[in-house]
Design a protein around this ligand. Structure first.
Ligand SMILES: NC(=O)NCCC[C@H](N)C(=O)O
Length: 258
């Protein structure tokens, strides 16, 4: 029986100080953020995912964006070295959590930097965004960690958004979706479907045809619903003000030897 576990990390008291790079800073409502996070976690649970809370990292404003700190491939957890210095202390708690779950643990080392938000897996193809947070050494280390396990790592330039997965994610059938003005090179993907909203590019695959999506992308939800998918919509407005999206609030662990 495949594992259906997902790591999440509760937002801390300094959330509103989280980094913003490509958007204007807007005030974050910390209480609303906690309620939105709880609803997000509940949506994962309601669709069969056992959620595992990583120890909070209250000194790190961006710790809730747990996806950036670890990349899973099969049962191997590659602990990242985040491109933003302020985020590096976030990895210790995540390392402990994945080790406790029985993952084999590997690390990105200096001078490499890699954010999990830059890694999009579609089957055994692992796209990695080379952008503001992930450097060439990080890409090389990702290749070295996962290609011997059967992955094909494909490097993709990212210049218009924070992370590769801010620009594109993939549907259950492997079709890559993105909002064209934010995608550097759509022709890199074998099947690409344009979506009408920037945040419509972000889906978390919940299983079957169910897609976790942000409430800020109603036209994309309608488009994908019309293609036979089932959008499960959550409001994450407070995290979007910090350049977060639905993907970055969890890490799904699907191939653990439990
Ligand atoms: N994977 C993601 O999309 N992560 C979002 C990170 C947002 C955070 N404020 C940051 O700039 O690192």
């Amino acid at each position: 029986m495949p594992s259906q576990k997902a790591l999440v990390r509760r937002p801390g008291p300094r959330l509103a100080e989280g980094l913003v790079t490509h958007i204007e800073r807007e005030p974050v409502d910390a209480e609303l953020a906690v309620r939105q996070w709880e609803a997000y976690v509940e949506a994962l649970r309601a669709h069969g995912w056992e959620t595992i809370e990583v120890e909070p990292a209250d000194d790190c404003p961006d710790a809730v964006f747990v996806e950036d700190t670890v990349v899973m491939y099969r049962n191997v957890a590659l602990i990242t070295r985040p491109g933003a210095r302020s985020r590096r202390p976030e990895t210790a708690g995540v390392e402990e959590a994945v080790a406790r779950l029985g993952c084999s643990v590997n690390w990105v080392w200096e001078p490499g930097t890699l954010d999990g938000g830059d890694v999009l897996k579609i089957g055994d193809t692992v796209y990695v965004g080379r952008g503001g947070r992930t450097n060439a050494a990080g890409v090389q280390q990702l290749r070295a960690a996962f290609e011997p396990l059967g992955a094909k790592v494909v490097a993709v330039p990212v210049s218009k958004v924070l992370h590769l997965k801010s620009a594109v994610t993939a549907l259950p059938d492997g079709t890559v979706i993105g909002h064209i003005p934010k995608v550097d090179t759509p022709s890199l993907y074998p099947r690409f479907l344009p979506v009408p909203e920037e945040s419509g590019a972000h889906v978390v695959l919940l299983g079957g045809s169910r897609l976790l999506m942000a409430a800020s992308a109603p036209r994309t939800a309608e488009l994908l619903g019309d293609l036979g998918f089932e959008p499960v919509v959550v409001d994450i407005s407070e995290f979007e003000k910090l350049e977060g999206c639905v993907t970055c609030l969890s890490v799904r662990l699907r191939e653990l030897y439990a």
